[in-house]
Design a binder for this molecule. Sequence first.
Ligand code: B12
Ligand code: SF4
Length: 460
Amino acid sequence: MRVTFIYPGITGKGFNSLGQGMDSGWISHGLAILSACVKAQGHQVDLIDLRALRDWDHLREQVAARQPDVVGVTMMSVDYDPGIRSLEIVKEVDPRIITLVGGPHPTLELAEVEQSPVIDHIFVGEGELSLPAFLDSLERGEDTPRVVPPIPPDLDATPFADRSLFLDEWRRWGWQGDSPEAPFVEELPGPFVTIIAGRGCIYNCSYCQPAERHIFGRGVRRRSVPNVIAELKDLQARYGFKSFMFHDDCLTEDRDWVMAFCQAYRAEGFTQPFFCQSRADIIVKNEDMVAMMVEVGLKGYFIGFESGSDRVLRFIRKGTTRAINLRAAEICRKYGISIWANYMLGLPTETKEEVLETISMLREIDPDYYSPAFYTPHPGSDLYAYCVKNDLSLIKGHQGYRRDPNEPKIKGVDYEWLRWALAESQRRKPWNAIRRGARRLAKRYASPRRAWNKLRRLLG
Ligand code: B12
Ligand code: SF4
């Protein structure tokens, strides 16, 4: 069968936005892995990435030109509207095309998705085994259910993500970068790639769970170390990657796995720097693991500090404290690890004093990268259900499900004041600002030629 996937992720940056930061410069691993599985079963697969197109007419042209039998769209909640608009266009072009959706939103908000007349089949949860089996049934003319249940795959038996699905398509529309995905921090030079070693999360943060459990099941399933190393070797051969990022929700949760990975990574001669996501409590409890990761190339952690108030941290079931957050930052500084600080302002029940505690915590942490959010209720999470129950949500449409620190998200929050708090949260202590400025200048003019050119320009 001819299958066309559509990636609808234009809510943030819009059409024609390829390469603009992580939202528009990274692949969808979900679609890339499904592509590999469906190709392995003998079907033809291509991709339409809305981020590469000019507008909706361009999509219409592309669907008409490709004449697929089946179109499959992946959807986070935030991308539901462009996802549905895409399928309306598909059905306008040819109502015989069979339309499928899958991903977080169809899994978490099935009742809403079921209402759409342009969706023929809805896939819940993981699709590596259910999608190829469905396509085979379709080809044999068998009856297929509207809601297709998940079949959790054995991750080591699953083919590697088909990155060419994205790269070939991007190149058709002028993508010239020599990096398979857009590098996003100076510590990670291109060619840059992202990789996923496992799925699921054992933690229970209320602004996130039980969404993860609904998509990937309870606990964590991780690929074996040799399997991940084999993918890295493949990426080395194909793209000569110079750095990478683990997408896993919490790679460091399994200490034994991480230690084994570090040993294998070094033994295989890899030296490329990488970032991954971690948690403050894990960093504090496992300093030796942190040291080992640094030894083999770790350059930065994404850490969900979230709040500087112990009461708020308890309320969101984060399982950490302000003291743990500060200690984790100290450990990162000790080992020269960059900190990408995720945090939220404007949580339900949060007082202004508690927001000030977050600001003062960030002053101490002095992160390398600030990643603030106005708390946004995400479908599938307990805190979303709390906001619905208490009639707190101000989100009008799906595009509001961005952690965008620009628009009001819930009732009872003084967003004008919060905008001040947002700016304040990113103001460094004077000494830290000077230190960082000096380091930047030193880096910029480290080369004598650049320094000499600058001096000549200054002297006129
Ligand atoms: C990496 C990541 C990102 C990256 C890359 C996103 C991308 N291009 O995929 C970046 C940083 C850009 C990102 C951004 C955002 N993200 Co994000 N992200 C993730 C993360 C950590 C991993 C995604 C992933 O690759 N998973 C692994 C793959 C294999 O799983 P999958 O994509 O779900 O696909 C499987 C199934 O769902 C299914 N499937 C998926 N699509 C389809 C389609 C068909 C046809 C079929 C049959 C099956 C199917 O089969 C796949 C294989 O099993 C997830 C959490 C997680 N662990 O999944 C959050 C997650 C997806 N993100 C989330 C959110 C909220 C966001 C943002 C809205 C945050 C923000 N800034 O406000 C933005 C939105 C970006 C946008 N579209 O504009 C939420 C989504 C919740 C929801 N209700 O939609 C998640 C679940 C995190 C969470 N627990 O809250 N994200
Ligand atoms: S926020 Fe992160 S650590 Fe917490 S449950 Fe979600 S994925 Fe796990």
